[in-house]
Structures are given as C-alpha cells and as structure tokens.
Design a protein around this ligand. Structure first.
Ligand code: C2E
Ligand code: CA
Ligand code: CA
Length: 704
C-alpha cells in the first residue's frame, strides 16, 4: 500500500458551524490541510478549485443533501476522491444510501473527535490501492489488464468496496452490480459462504490462498480461486481485504477430466485399477482401526481370449460390458450385505483390465460368507452370453485374499488374490481358491525382513543403481535417478518394492534414506569433478520428510560442496498430501537450499489437487501406469495429455517414466514431454556404467 503524505488535503462540508469547526480543528491537529464549506453548492466550487484527497460531508444539509453532493462529486472527475459521509448513529438506511451514491466510507455520529484523525488516515490508506490503480498511467493499466484476475476490495462484513476486472465479468456484471453490495447479494449461497470464511480466516492470519469455489453463470459454471490479503492498518476499526479471484475453469476442467479418466474404466463404467487400489488402501486403514477383516476377490474369465480371437474385439468388448452388468447385479446388497448397517461401505467392483475384475468386501465375518459371494458370482457368469446371435458360455476362476492374514497392503492383497486365482485355474478352471497356503511362511518372512534390514546397512549390503533420464531438448542424458538395490547374502537381490515398505514401517528408512542421499551426492560430485554435470534424483519417503533431519542433511551436503542444482528430491503425491501444512514448511526449507523438488508417480493420487499450486515443486513425473498404455490406449493417452496440459498451466517441468518403446518415446516427445526415463533408453545401471552411457544419441525420436 502506498503511504499517503501527512499533508493530505481534506474538504469538510457541514451546515452546522460547531460540527464544522470541531471537525476542522481535529483534522488539522492530526496533520491534515483542511478546507471547509457550509453547503453542497459551496463545496462543489471549493472542490473544483483545489485538489483534495478526501471529502467529508454531512448527510443532512439544507438544499442539496450529502447524497446528492456525493453523486455529483463522483461525476466530477474520473479520478475518484474518497468521499466519507457523516451519518446519524446506526442509521442503516442512510449508510446503504451512502454506498449507493458511491461513498467510500461513513462515519456515524456522535463522532469520537480524538480518533477522527486516525480514522481518516486509515480511510485514505485503505482506498489508496484502488485509487493508485485508477490513477495509473496507460502502461500500468495495460499490465493490470493483462492479469486474468478479478481484483476486489472487501470489508469484513463482506461489502465490496472496489472492483477491477480486465475482461468483462463472467456473469455480465458491471461494477455497479457489485460495489457497495454484499457478498451474499452478489454470489450464490455456497460461494458466498466460502468467500466469507476466507475473509474471516484472512482477518485472523493475514493471508489466505488457494480457496476455490464454483459459480453458475449464464455461460455455464465457472471456477474461481481466491487469494485474500488483509490490508495492514493499526487504527482500522474493521479490517479490509484485497481479494484476487482467478478464473481457473480451464484448469478445473482439465483436472476433472484427468480424475474421471484416471478412475473409471470407460468400457464398463466400473472403477478401474487405480481407483480400486486407492479404495482398497482406505478400507485397509479402516479395517485396521476396527479390527475387521476384509477380502479381495480376483476374477478372471476362463478362455476369454477365444472370444476376442474368434469373434473379434467388438464382440469381446460387448461381452465385457455384459460381465460388468452381471457383476453389479451379483454384488448388489442381498443376503450378505443386507445386515450391514447403512453407513457400512458397500462391496466395491472394479475392472482391472482385460478380462480381470475385482470385488472388495469391506467387512468379512467368516470365510464362508465370502465363499458364498464367490459362488453367486460364478453362477451369474455361467448364464449364457448372447454374442452375435450365438450363445456363448463362459466360466470364471476366482482367487481370494483376506486382510490381514494374506497381506496388509493393497498391492500385496491384490497380488495374492491374483496368485490364488492362478491356483484356481491350475486346479481346473471354474474354480475358487483362497490364498492362505503360504500364510505362516509369509508372516515369518516379514519379521525377518525387518531384522535383516537393520543389519543390511551395517553390513554394506545396499548399493545404488542409476537410471539415466533423457533431456528431450538437447537429446542427451542430463540426469539420473538413484534406485536402491539390496543384495541379501542368502536371499539374493530383494526388490525395493518389497523392502521399502518394511523399512518405512520400522522407521529404518530414515537411516537408509540418509545413506542413499549421501551416496548419491558423493557420486554426483565425482561425476562433476570428471566434467559430467548430471543431476541426481533421490527418492524420499514419507518418514524421511516427517523427520526434520532431512533439511539438515541437505544443508550439510550443500555446505560441503554438493552443487544444489545437481540434486533432485522425488516425493510421491500421497506423501505430500498427507499432512500438507507440515509438509509445506519442510518443502520450502528444502527448496530454499536450491535443490530441485519433484512429484513422483504423478497421477495416482488426486485427493487434493487444489494444493498442487501451493507446492514449491519444479517437476512432475508422470506415473508409469499411464505411459504403459501408450500409444494405443485412448484413456492413457488422454490422461497423459491432460497431465501435460496441467503441468504447463502450473509451470512445472515434466518427466515421463517407464518409457519402454520407441513409439512411446516419439509420442511423448510430440506431446511436449521435457524429459524421459525408461527401459527403452536404459535400465538402471551401476554408477560406474553411467559415464559410458552419456554419449548415447537418439536421432530416431525425431522421425515421425
Ligand atoms: P520409482 O521411484 O517410481 O522408480 C522407478 C521404478 O521403475 C524403478 O523400479 C525402475 O527400475 C523402474 N523402471 C524404470 N524404467 C522402467 C520401464 O521402462 N519399465 C518398467 N516396467 N519399470 C521401469 P525399482 O528400482 O524397482 O524401484 C521401485 C520403487 O522403489 C521406486 O519407484 C521407489 O518408489 C522405491 N525406491 C527405490 N529406491 C529408493 C530409495 O532409495 N529410497 C526410497 N525411499 N524409495 C526407493
Ligand atoms: Ca522415483
Ligand atoms: Ca515413479
């Protein structure tokens, strides 16, 4: 806010001599230059002669009253001078009237003379932002117009005091429809409540960002994102706010599109794999809390491939749709679910892909019950399908895994249900099998994993592999991702997918993660000393972020010579969203060290897309699942497109992971991906092998 000079010029208009004198004296004492007028007509001529910073006018005056004067003053110049009306005490009608004629503020009688100077100074300051904007020269104005925001000034009660919009208002509003009106008159109920809540919050904490709301307009629904800043003032009776409302409709549409595509199988309309896994994760947490068991049924049609091969894909698709419909029927609340109370989660269906379907049973009291459900589904499926005028009979094999016995993560349960399904097929199709044979064995294995991990660090059983990433613009590898490898003396190589979750659960990840960070930086520095400036990406897990040590370690590494621009920290979306406020603080500290931050596995967790904008990150890594479907799968393509669009609108760099074929690489390059990583370019390799890879060139990407 622009600071007014103390010698602001004020015109006081009042027909009552005493009031006029008192006002004049009080304001002079407060350091203002004051001129007076005894009626509206005199006021107008004094006003025209001198340039004033503020007019303070009584409402009730013989002849022309204060309202009329105010309206005339408003027409007088295109640089509006704040006009303050002096109204009767608590006279709401006259206050409303004052704003209707364009008054900036009002002061009620009786006037507190000792405070009047402060009050006026505050009013001058508070209105100066908009006045400045209006007074701004043409170039400033153009800059302002280039900002695609609506700019408001609002008081705590939600009254619009000022308003600027580069484009015509979305709802066809004019400033007159807005200024002087209340939020509740301008916006519909829900957005109005959101806006008022944001003002309240800003009144308490000073600033609020990223609050979103949707408004119906004649042109369809529009989304806005608010940033609210309290205007600082020591002597204000009530705070005021500058509100920026950004039209984010385009972005919202892109987000929604991604969400829909990312979660729904378009063929059957059922939730897809991603949606199922997320749901399963949530249900696992819930079941853990409530000490419930839950079951995952994995269904696979026997001999479905034949249908595709003999009758073609169109008929195959039709069959899958019919299967989807029958499954819905099969899991509809019946005997089994009906005794669950209404707020219990329902059975959840999904199509994983191909002819694989899953059912999630969120609460299981006996395995018999699950078996009955499986039988019912198998019965439904044995009804003949009418395909191309032919009756075709299909059978189903079902595998079942139960939480917690058969695993306590979504991935493990799904994998084990899948394994059980294979056993069912092996034992002669049209069959149903539980996965619990290897149950005890597995529990023992897990125990071992944790204690083995403890030793692994001491024994030096970890090493890092590096996978290069291609910078599309230069056509060269400019960075690598560090991926941990564990070679157990007896069990051999164990995948990080197996042991990282165990390391997280046991807290050992903090120590392991620090080792990874230090080792990766040491390698990066060695490469740099050899003249190879490679950025190194390091995966950071939840527990590490919760632990303040990470910031210290990074700072220490930078202090000891690690170039921060060569270090990139990769974190998954779900990790960041879990405790967004705490995480933001850590992220900002990390970013301040100069390292690059990126969001790993992007696209697999959209819970709080609205926070994305707040995250101080540089890069998104598109999750492999989406890249895998390229170039043929229309959904994957649409999702990748939408993510690229989103990254552009947020200003993020973009890396595609899991690029396995030339077609995928070409397509991603065409779509505008900055960077690529995957087996097509190179598998993860030992550090020593990296320098040898750096001469690789990829001219084939540029051909159509
Ligand atoms: P991520 O961060 O998404 O890493 C990429 C994974 O995809 C790596 O598996 C990599 O080998 C694999 N990959 C790369 N290109 C392709 C491809 O073209 N096709 C396919 N199918 N896969 C490809 P990896 O090394 O088994 O790591 C698995 C996960 O383990 C990582 O996923 C990461 O979440 C975690 N992880 C690995 N190293 C660390 C570490 O040092 N710390 C932490 N916290 N997590 C790690
Ligand atoms: Ca990663
Ligand atoms: Ca990843």
């Amino acid at each position: 806010m622009n600071q007014k000079q103390p010698a602001s010029r004020i015109l006081v208009v009042d027909d009552e001599p005493t009031a006029r004198l008192l006002m004049q004296a009080s304001l002079r004492q407060a350091g203002f230059v004051v001129e007076v007028a005894a009626d509206a007509a005199a006021a107008l001529s004094v006003f025209r002669d001198g340039s004033f910073d503020l007019v303070m006018s009584d409402v009730e005056m013989p002849g022309m009253d204060g309202y009329a004067l105010c309206a005339l003053l408003r027409e007088e110049s295109d640089v509006p001078v704040p006009v303050v009306m002096v109204t009767g005490m608590d006279d709401l009608a006259s206050i409303d009237r004052a704003f209707e004629v364009g008054a900036t503020d009002f002061i009620s009688k009786p006037i507190n003379w000792s405070l009047i100077g402060h009050r006026v100074r505050y009013i001058l300051r508070a209105s100066s932002a908009m006045a400045d904007l209006r007074r701004a020269n043409a170039s400033n104005r153009a800059i302002l117009d280039a900002i695609p925001d609506l700019l408001f000034e609002i008081d705590l009660e939600g009254r619009y005091l000022e308003f600027h919009s580069a484009d015509p208002m979305p709802a066809g509003w004019t400033p007159d429809d807005i200024i002087g009106h209340n939020v509740s008159q301008v916006l519909p109920g829900q957005p109005a409540r959101i806006m008022m809540a944001a003002l309240q919050r800003a009144a308490e904490v000073g600033r609020v960002n990223g609050v979103q709301y949707e408004v119906e307009t004649p042109a369809g629904p529009r989304w806005f994102e608010l940033s609210v800043a309290r205007m600082e003032s020591d002597d204000a009776p009530l705070p005021r706010f500058v509100v920026l409302a950004r039209d984010i409709t385009e972005r919202k549409n892109a987000e929604r599109q991604i969400e829909e595509l990312a979660y729904v199988d378009t063929l059957t309309g059922l939730p897809n794999r991603l949606s199922f896994l997320q749901r399963l994760e949530r249900e696992i947490v819930r079941a853990g809390f409530l000490s419930n068991r839950l079951a995952v049924l994995f269904l696979d049609m026997d001999g479905f491939k034949n249908i595709n091969d003999t009758l073609g894909h169109t008929v195959g698709d039709l069959a899958l749709q019919t299967i989807g419909t029958r499954l819905r029927e099969g899991v509809r609340p019946t005997d089994m679910v009906s005794r669950l109370s209404n707020d219990e989660p329902e059975l959840r269906l999904a199509r994983l892909g191909g002819d694989e379907f899953t059912v999630l049973v969120p609460r299981v009291s006996s395995t018999d019950e699950v078996m009955q459900l499986a039988e019912r589904i198998r019965d439904l499926m044995t009804r003949p399908f009418l395909l191309e005028g032919r009756e075709v009979v299909l059978t189903t094999s079902i595998g079942i895994a139960v939480y917690p016995e058969d695993g306590n993560t979504a991935d493990a349960l799904l994998k084990h249900a899948d394994t059980a399904m294979y056993h069912a097929k092996e034992e002669g199709r049209d069959n149903c099998k539980f996965y619990n044979s290897a149950l005890t064995q597995r529990a023992a294995q897990q125990l071992n994993l944790a204690s083995n991990l403890r030793l692994a660090l001491e024994r030096g059983e970890f090493r890092l592999a590096y996978q290069p990433q291609l910078d599309v613009a230069s056509g060269r590898f400019n960075s690598v991702e560090a991926l941990i490898r564990w070679t157990h003396p007896e069990h051999g190589v164990i995948s990080p997918i197996e042991f990282i979750p165990a390391a997280e659960r046991s807290g050992l990840i903090v120590g392991i993660g620090e080792w990874v960070l230090r080792t990766a930086c040491a390698d990066a520095m060695r490469w740099r000393d050899a003249g190879l400036a490679l950025r190194v990406g390091v995966n950071i897990s939840v527990r590490q972020l919760r632990n303040a040590g990470i910031v210290d370690t990074v700072r220490e590494l930078v202090a000891s010579g690690m170039a921060p621009e060569l270090l990139e920290l990769e974190m998954t979306e779900s990790v960041l969203m879990e405790d967004i406020h705490a995480t933001l603080l850590v992220l900002r500290e990390l970013r301040a060290t100069g390292v690059t931050l990126s969001l790993d596995d992007f696209g697999t967790g959209y819970s709080s897309m609205s926070y994305l904008r707040q995250l101080p990150i540089h890069r998104l890594k598109i999750d492999q699942t989406f890249v895998r479907g390229l170039p043929d799968d229309a959904e994957s393509l649409a999702i990748v497109r939408a993510i690229i669009g989103l990254a552009r609108s947020f200003g993020f760099d973009l890396t595609a992971e899991g690029v396995e074929t030339l077609e995928q690489a070409r397509l991603l390059r065409q779509l505008g991906c900055d960077s690529m990583q995957g087996y097509y370019f190179s598998r993860p390799v030992p550090a020593e092998a990296i320098p040898g890879l750096l001469d690789s060139r990829w001219p084939q990407l540029e051909q159509p």
